[in-house]
Design a protein around this ligand. Structure first.
Ligand SMILES: NC(=O)c1ccc[n+]([C@@H]2O[C@H](COP(=O)([O-])OP(=O)(O)OC[C@H]3O[C@@H](n4cnc5c(N)ncnc54)[C@H](O)[C@@H]3O)[C@@H](O)[C@H]2O)c1
Length: 344
């Protein structure tokens, strides 16, 4: 069987979480990596035994790729994904799909027109805690959700922004704590509630960072067509990455997630707990092993199993578009200082 030819664009922080699962599969081959910082591309190419490019147009033209992984700054996700789709290359992109919602719609439409598979990384859906809550909601054990709340209080210091040439800007990051950090937790909540948006009412501001343009604080309400109203609070000026919290008050109990650990307490007294499995680890470039990265492996394997016809894509472009729409509405509501209402 022909091995699929795979490329990765962007050799920064998230690169190993994509490269490692690719090289571990036998049915695909990492043939090229690309980074406009030549030394980064060359270093990864030598390490992984593939070609290095500094220009992705060039890589698309020369490598006859079947699949591209997009690990780039946010503003490049849409142009690169659209160009890849036009070349007939399947796409797995890091979150967020794009900065603007309209660009995300264009990615999905271009992928559909060119018959390529489009996946978007939201790896936290694969955490055992997330899976426990989702399964208990789907099989009715928790009953209907009455309301939900989430909080993300993390630390993205001035040094974090100083070390990046794109973070902290509207043009390239497209936002701050919402589009970059809280997007994962907000995606989980939307996935749990599993309904179309009714309205979004939010405030978005920069309260404690002087050197960045984008928001470091946001709070608000996301209401869904099924009647569920959820609250969110996100800041990235806290002094450490405190455990993310999600709580769902349901007819038959309360589901709570603190960091990745889920605890479900039902009103009949039963309790269920799920957390990351310490036996599952991910080996980083440096050789250090840790849990972070394991869920990327699961999502990347689902993407390839789908390409080979052995599974169904869990997080498609269409699915991720709904989270993108929610995020866009948070920004629009914050900017206009008004409620954004969705038609049914
Ligand atoms: N899923 C997660 O939990 C998670 C975690 C971290 C980052 N991310 C996402 O991964 C993406 C990349 O983030 P990062 O932290 O790795 O960023 P990064 O800045 O560390 O890496 C981005 C890389 O892209 C390269 N690049 C920039 N412009 C380029 C161009 N025109 N052509 C080729 N290469 C170019 C940069 O030189 C850099 O090496 C973002 O979308 C981010 O949100 C996701």
């Amino acid at each position: 069987m022909k091995k699929y030819r795979v490329g990765i664009i962007g050799c920064g922080n998230i690169f190993p979480m994509h490269a490692q699962p690719i090289v571990e599969r036998r049915d695909i081959e990492l043939v090229a990596v690309c980074d406009n910082k030549k030394i980064r591309a060359q270093e990864k190419a030598i390490q992984l035994g593939c070609k290095a490019y500094t220009d992705y147009h060039d890589m698309f033209k020369k490598e006859a790729l079947d699949v591209i992984h997009i690990c780039l700054p946010h503003h490049l996700h849409a142009p690169v994904a659209i160009e890849a789709a036009k070349h007939g290359i399947h796409i797995l992109t890091e979150k967020p799909m794009s900065i603007d919602y309209a660009d995300a719609v264009e990615i999905v439409e271009t992928a559909r027109k060119n018959d390529v598979i489009l996946g978007v990384i939201f790896q936290n859906r694969y955490n055992p805690g997330s899976q426990l809550i989702k399964n208990m909601l789907e099989n009715g054990e928790l009953g209907a959700i009455k309301s939900g709340k989430l909080s993300v209080t993390w630390d993205r210091s001035d040094a974090y922004y100083q070390n990046s040439d794109w973070k902290g800007t509207w043009e390239m990051e497209g936002g701050g704590v919402i589009i970059d950090q809280a997007i994962h937790t907000m995606d989980l909540m939307r996935w749990f509630v599993n309904s179309e948006l009714k309205y979004v009412d939010a405030s978005v501001s920069n309260r404690a960072h002087e050197m960045i343009e984008v928001e470091d604080a946001a709070e608000g309400v996301i209401a869904y067509q099924n009647g569920v109203v959820t609250a969110f609070h996100a800041i990235n000026y806290y002094s450490y990455d405190a455990p993310v919290e999600i709580e769902l008050h349901c007819e038959l109990g309360i589901a709570k997630m603190v960091a990745d650990k889920a605890t479900v307490k039902l009103i009949d007294g039963k309790e269920f707990i799920a957390d990351n499995n310490p036996l599952e680890t991910f080996r980083y470039d440096s050789g250090v092993k840790g849990y972070w990265g394991v869920s990327h492996v699961k999502q990347i394997n689902n993407f390839y199993d789908t390409l080979f016809g052995n599974d169904q894509l869990d997080i498609s472009g269409e699915e991720a578009l709904k989270t993108q729409e929610m995020i866009a509405a948070v920004y629009e509501s914050g900017r206009k200082k008004e409620r954004i209402i969705f038609n049914q």
